[in-house]
Design a protein around this ligand. Structure first.
Ligand code: ADP
Ligand code: FRU
Length: 325
């Protein structure tokens, strides 16, 4: 049976009903079962060059950065970073170039305890790079992302070991290939929970709606489809997917979720005293949902946990959340 076991403890039938504040003890303190399997993340790793500016500049302006950082980024690898900090055994599969950035990315993942032994290296390939402006005034991040590396394909994924896994998380990219990967996990490892991130509205992405147990959607995806609220997104997904659980993160408004044929439930954001860095908030949120469900929390509590750690992340620079584990 997948990790989405029990039903929500109560039925909240109205989107406008704001749930009580999260109790820390109920969510993040549930022990990680000793025999829980590992998490495999399928997606990208990126070199992030982050420059912090006092406020976001206008076009054709020249401004000085007040700080800079050079870190490994990428949605799925960011989520794995958090999961590793929370005690999960993590591995990443994706493509990398054979350039200096690739070496840096690998080294950072290994340092974080994430297994990269199955990564596919593309000879002559350039590793993905993001130029990121982080505004000190608002904590907002503006990302310019470059990639020309081929995506991981189903043939490469067919070689990847699924031994000892409890969870496989996919970024919703390269849908035709990803659909085959999901089918492989479903048939070779039927007990493994499969989640899919819907961050961008890519061509053919609809073919991925039906395979995963958990759909993790974002605001940009929803808006690109013309679905202007979390409720509309969840209603639309419910009509297109048989996933056990659909979750949508909605920035500073928090998140919403719906178990299959259950009510839509809303979880308000946990806002830190000062928002300093929202880079990777969605990736932390996704990790929180996975972590919560792997600890056996009901879906609602897993999402509350995700909202809490994503909020905490927005209140600090970077992705070190070990004190919350
Ligand atoms: P992304 O990083 O993919 O753009 P979101 O902006 O939707 O993702 O944020 C993901 C989650 O992080 C939200 O659901 C919310 O729980 C939390 N979050 C984001 N921005 C804030 C904020 N300003 N204050 C508190 N929590 C936030
Ligand atoms: C944040 C992030 C960055 C990366 C970009 C890729 O969510 O993963 O680390 O540069 O998005 O789209």
């Amino acid at each position: 049976m997948s990790a989405i076991g029990s039903s929500p403890r109560r039925d909240w039938t109205c989107w406008d009903f704001v749930l009580p504040a999260i109790s820390e003890s109920s969510a993040s303190r549930a022990a990680l079962p000793a025999d829980v399997g590992g998490v495999l993340g399928v997606g990208v790793a990126v070199l992030d060059l982050i420059q912090e500016v006092t406020s976001y500049p206008g076009e054709d302006e020249e401004v000085r950065a007040i700080a800079q950082r050079r870190v490994r980024g990428g949605n799925v690898t960011n989520s794995l970073t958090i999961l590793a900090q929370f005690g999960h055994s993590c591995s990443w599969i994706g493509t990398l170039g054979d350039d200096a950035a690739a070496a840096e990315i690998r080294m950072e993942l290994v340092r974080q305890g994430i297994d990269v032994s199955q990564v596919v290296q593309i000879a002559g390939g350039t590793s993905p790079l993001s130029s990121i402006l982080l505004s000190r005034a608002t904590g907002s991040r503006t990302i310019v992302h470059y990639r020309d590396l081929p995506e991981l394909d189903a043939a490469a994924f067919a070689e990847v070991s699924l031994e000892g896994l409890a969870w496989v998380h996919f970024e919703g990219r390269n849908p035709v290939e990803t659909e085959q990967m999901i089918r492989r996990v479903r048939s070779v490892a039927p007990d493994v929970t499969i989640s899919l991130e819907l961050e961008k509205n890519r061509p053919d992405i609809d073919i991925l709606f039906d395979g995963p147990h958990v759909l993790l959607a974002g605001q940009a995806f929803a808006r690109a489809r013309g679905w202007q609220t979390p409720t509309v997104l969840l209603e639309e997904l419910a009509g297109r997917s048989r996933a056990d659980l659909c979750v949508v993160a909605w920035g500073e408004q928090g998140a919403a979720l719906q178990r299959r044929e259950g009510p839509i439930q809303q979880v308000p954001a946990v806002v830190p005293p000062r928002v300093v860095d929202t880079l990777g908030a969605g990736d932390v949120f996704n990790a929180g949902v996975m972590d919560g469900l792997l600890r056996g929390l009901p879906a609602l509590d897993a999402v509350r946990h995700a909202v809490r750690i994503a909020g905490a992340k927005c209140g600090r620079m970077g992705l070190d959340l070990r004190d919350l584990a």
